[in-house]
Design a protein around this ligand. Structure first.
Ligand SMILES: Nc1ncnc2c1ncn2[C@@H]1O[C@H](COP(=O)(O)OP(=O)(O)OP(=O)(O)O)[C@@H](O)[C@H]1O
Ligand SMILES: [Mg+2]
Length: 396
């Protein structure tokens, strides 16, 4: 079922929002694609984001929210609208159901009642086409090697996958994925983002550039001006369209300064957080993880990758990084400056530039463990074998 059931949330109560996010993020078949705090913004969110469920918190003013929720429900028959309230008033429940809303849930949310409601939506989904998996690579600090990993991981996955593989450059302003693969793109993410509500297959075909290795590339916008127009919702819309025709979509970024990044993290099946064994890098990773936890993200979909091992690991070990940051390590990548810098300068993937190099072998191994989770889980350091399999199995 790919990304399963996609949620838009209307809620202005911060404490309830956190509980709800935490509950939903724990469900493997659920993705939150947008959250809005005001009823006035809901229609726009429903138009922009691909969603199956709109969950509205009726409190504190059900009479203000209900009529609009009802109008949205009748205008969007494929969208299931769930209402949540602390009230158990039977009049209100009746009103909710008469307004055309699909479910009424009382606070505190009963997880099994919510799961059953989601299951009902999942079982009636018309769109049962199996979708690909989204893997996001984020550098804990600048220059950690995120573009190197994202680009080469996508190239390696393209060798393993039966379906298509696309790498998307989400470093909107300064992304270098096209440079790493020596590609000239006429169109970019900005062109697809303009029509994110219904990106047509033909548009996707025109925009992606196919590299000799088989991977397809969606480049960053040409100008800063275009880069700054891409909204979080448009980006999720584009990724959602790409996932319908790809076995894997790998993103480089979003850049760590980008507040729009959270929706991409939440939408991803797997987030790889890249660090180097340097105190500032580990500290930045910890800050990222703390912010994610605070936002109610599902950290089970996050893994640590230590890059450039063998160079800086004088005072810090992988085990130190794992312990400090609190994420399991999925892989460690060796330091290999001559091979990596040579590949970058020539615009070649490691697959062709240094097929036998240690760094290429490590990324190819990482790709095969993501592709065939049963072949191995996390690093032995973290004793969590098989978890990756569970995560990916849950979303397929
Ligand atoms: N495993 C490695 N061994 C040696 N050098 C590496 C390795 N990985 C990355 N590098 C080097 O680190 C530098 C930064 O790499 P890269 O551009 O992939 O990082 P980034 O995290 O995408 O940076 P930015 O924050 O600028 O987007 C490059 O010069 C690259 O050659
Ligand atoms: Mg980069």
């Amino acid at each position: 079922m790919g990304h399963g059931v996609q949620f838009i949330i209307l809620n202005s109560d911060e404490a309830f929002g956190k509980q709800l996010r935490t509950t939903l993020h724990r469900m493997d078949n659920v993705r939150i694609v947008a959250e809005v705090g005001e009823i006035a913004l809901v229609r726009q969110a429903v138009d922009q984001f691909p969603a199956d469920v709109l969950l509205v918190n009726l409190d504190p003013a059900p009479e203000a929210v209900l009529p609009i929720a009802g109008e949205i429900a009748s205008a969007n028959p494929r969208l299931a609208v769930f209402a949540v309230s602390e009230s158990k008033d039977s009049e209100l429940i009746l009103k909710v159901l008469r307004t055309g809303l699909r479910e009424f849930l009382t606070k505190p949310i009963d997880v099994s009642a919510l799961s059953e409601a989601i299951e009902r939506v999942a079982s009636t989904k018309v769109d049962t086409v199996s979708r690909g998996r989204l893997i996001t690579v984020t550098g804990a600090a600048g220059g950690t090697g995120a573009t190197t990993l994202a680009t080469n991981l996508a190239v390696e996955l393209a060798q393993l996958a039966e379906g298509r593989v696309t790498v998307v450059d989400l470093d909107y302003r300064c992304g270098q994925v096209a440079t790493f693969l020596d590609i000239d793109a006429t169109y970019s993410l900005a062109d697809l983002a303009q029509a994110a509500e219904h990106v047509e297959q033909q548009m996707i075909e025109r925009t992606l550039v196919k590299h000799a290795s088989g991977v397809q590339v969606l480049s960053r916008p040409a100008t800063f001006e275009q880069a700054d127009t891409i909204t979080a919702s448009a980006c999720v819309g584009v990724l959602s369209s790409l996932l319908q025709c790809n076995e894997y979509v790998v993103t480089d970024g979003p850049s760590r300064f980008d507040p729009r990044g959270q929706s991409v993290y939440d939408f991803s099946d797997m987030n790889l957080l890249l660090v180097q064994l340097l105190v500032p890098s580990v500290r930045s990773a910890l800050r990222t993880v703390e912010a994610l936890r605070e936002a109610g993200a599902n950290l089970e979909r996050w893994r640590l990758i230590c890059n450039r091992i063998g160079l800086e690991s004088v005072h810090l070990s992988v085990a130190d990084a794992v312990e400090t940051i609190g994420l399991p390590s999925f892989a460690s990548l060796p330091d290999d400056w001559p091979t990596v810098s040579g590949a970058i300068n020539l615009g070649e993937p490691l697959l062709s530039h240094g097929p036998k190099s240690k760094i290429r072998t490590a990324i190819a191994d990482l790709a095969s463990r993501l592709h065939k989770p049963q072949a191995g889980g996390d690093d032995a350091d973290t004793h969590k074998k098989g978890l990756i399999g569970r995560i990916f199995a849950g979303s397929s």
